[in-house]
Design a protein around this ligand. Structure first.
Ligand code: DLL
Length: 435
């Protein structure tokens, strides 16, 4: 049994009845606030025929309409915000499904909530003052870097704000500064391990690393075992989405599910019809943010598939656990931690006149990292015998895709009629990765 340690012992171990009371009270307040402050929510509620006074108990949540990523796009950039703009202290941005990205805003209180959630989570992974945490998630519009950074500072750890890339330097600093923990995507950590070997360094023997906080993309228990065995560390799952704030929740030292802080977030797991699944069944994660101010979300369809476990954990925490993310309910791909919707690729390709109607998106794992290839048919008119013309077109497509996806893709040009045609639903995405 690992040593127990809590960031906020009272609330993390509060009886579940007390957590339910907090949720009920906060849900009523939330519904009231958004009804008054947001045209979007007021209209949605009206369409669904529900008024704030109809929400009395937690069960009444089923009366409230769902919110979707599409709503954030339709209300781009900030029309869903519920506070005056001068109270917004920070913006983060993530991929939308097509065209415009999703913009998330934070008040001072939202950043504090995010930081506290991660302070609880990092403490539950056994981290605290004296730890040296290398943050190798991207800093900037992506939420991983700054989120982990604030959480790590809050628990009194020392932070190495590394960001992504420059892998050899990452390894050098990890060793020289005695990093005890790293926060990054699981595939990047595997890549670091491979690179370290080439440099003649063993992360297991030559570094002080003992903990990794890994997420932002799906990874399996088998990958965890490989990471833990080859690097001699404990690897914890960390979860969140930009719409919720960013990374918020992790497993505790029991490594048996991700604790979701129930005093601030209300979780539901639903089936294809939008009804709650039976206890212990898998379904789509739906989240209601009970304390967020700038962009509160009501019954937000996250799109991730998981199982909810309400049993008290052996660590003593009473908050519900998500039992790993098992997949997506939509076709979103995650490549090197970046979310890619096939619809985004399509909308870019269709603006390029030389590109025909048919394309394929191929996701592959090269070594430990993912690559995305977009194979496109070129129109008859644009197809050329000259290699230089084709290379120019390839570069143009790559450039246009990068602008929208923020990801370097490989582009393969093929002649019209080369790609498979489908009678029914077309299969545009070929995912060759085994995660
Ligand atoms: O990926 C936030 C984050 C940063 C989480 C750092 C963890 C660590 P988005 O870019 O909005 O936010 O992507 C969110 O990534 O809906 C999941 O599909 C996927 N995802 C995130 N964490 C995990 C995980 C950040 N631990 C989307 N396991 C989510 C599986 C994950 N998928």
């Amino acid at each position: 049994m690992p040593m127990l340690d809590y960031w906020n012992s009272r609330i993390e171990r509060a009886p579940q009845e007390e957590l339910h009371e907090i949720q009920e009270r906060k849900l009523r307040q939330l519904v009231d606030t958004v009804y008054r402050s947001s045209v979007f929510y007021r209209n949605r509620f009206k369409e669904a025929g529900v008024k704030p006074e109809d929400i009395k108990t937690l069960d009444d949540i089923a009366k409230l309409p769902f919110t979707y990523k599409k709503d954030l796009r339709d209300n781009y950039p900030t029309k869903m915000f519920c506070v005056p703009m001068n109270q917004v202290e920070r913006y983060h941005v993530s991929s939308g499904t097509t065209g415009k990205p999703t913009v998330v805003g934070y008040t001072r209180g939202d950043i504090e909530l995010w930081t506290t959630s991660l302070a609880r989570a990092m403490t539950s992974c056994g981290l605290g003052r004296g730890d040296i945490i290398q943050v190798s998630y991207g800093y900037g519009l992506f939420t991983g870097g700054l989120g982990a950074h604030y959480g790590a500072e809050e628990i009194g750890a020392s932070v190495i704000p590394m960001g992504v890339g420059n892998t050899e330097r990452q390894i050098e600093l990890m060793v020289d500064l005695n990093a005890t923990a790293i926060a990054c995507t699981p595939s990047y950590l595997l890549h670091m391990n491979e690179t370290a070997k080439k440099m003649g360094i063993s992360i297991k023997d030559d570094s002080n690393l003992k903990v990794a906080i890994l997420g932002a993309e799906p990874w399996s228990l088998e990958t965890r075992k490989r990471i833990e065995d080859t690097m001699g560390i404990k690897a914890y799952d960390i979860y969140g989405t930009s719409e919720m704030s960013g990374p918020l929740f992790t497993e505790c030292q029991e490594q048996n599910g991700i604790h979701v802080w129930a005093d601030h977030f209300l979780l539901e797991i639903i089936d294809k019809n939008g009804d709650p699944v039976k206890d212990g069944q898998k379904g789509e994660v739906v989240i209601t943010t009970l304390s967020k101010q700038a962009l509160p979300l009501i019954r937000y369809r996250v799109g991730d598939i998981s199982i909810l476990n309400n049993r008290e954990c052996d660590c003593g925490r009473t908050h519900p656990r998500l039992m790993r993310i098992l997949g997506r309910s939509d076709d979103m791909l995650i490549i090197r931690g970046i979310n890619v919707f096939p619809s985004q690729v399509e909308s870019v390709l269709m603006t390029i006149p030389e590109v025909g109607e048919h394309f394929q998106i191929i996701a592959e794992r090269q070594g430990e990292l993912d690559d995305l290839t977009v194979r496109v048919e070129v129109t008859k008119a644009a197809f050329s015998d000259k290699l230089a013309d084709l290379m120019k077109l390839e570069k143009k497509i790559q450039y246009e895709l990068k602008k929208v996806l923020q990801l370097q893709t490989k582009v393969e040009l093929v002649e019209t009629g080369t790609l498979p045609r489908f009678q029914g639903k077309s299969q545009k995405v070929i995912d060759k990765r085994k995660i």
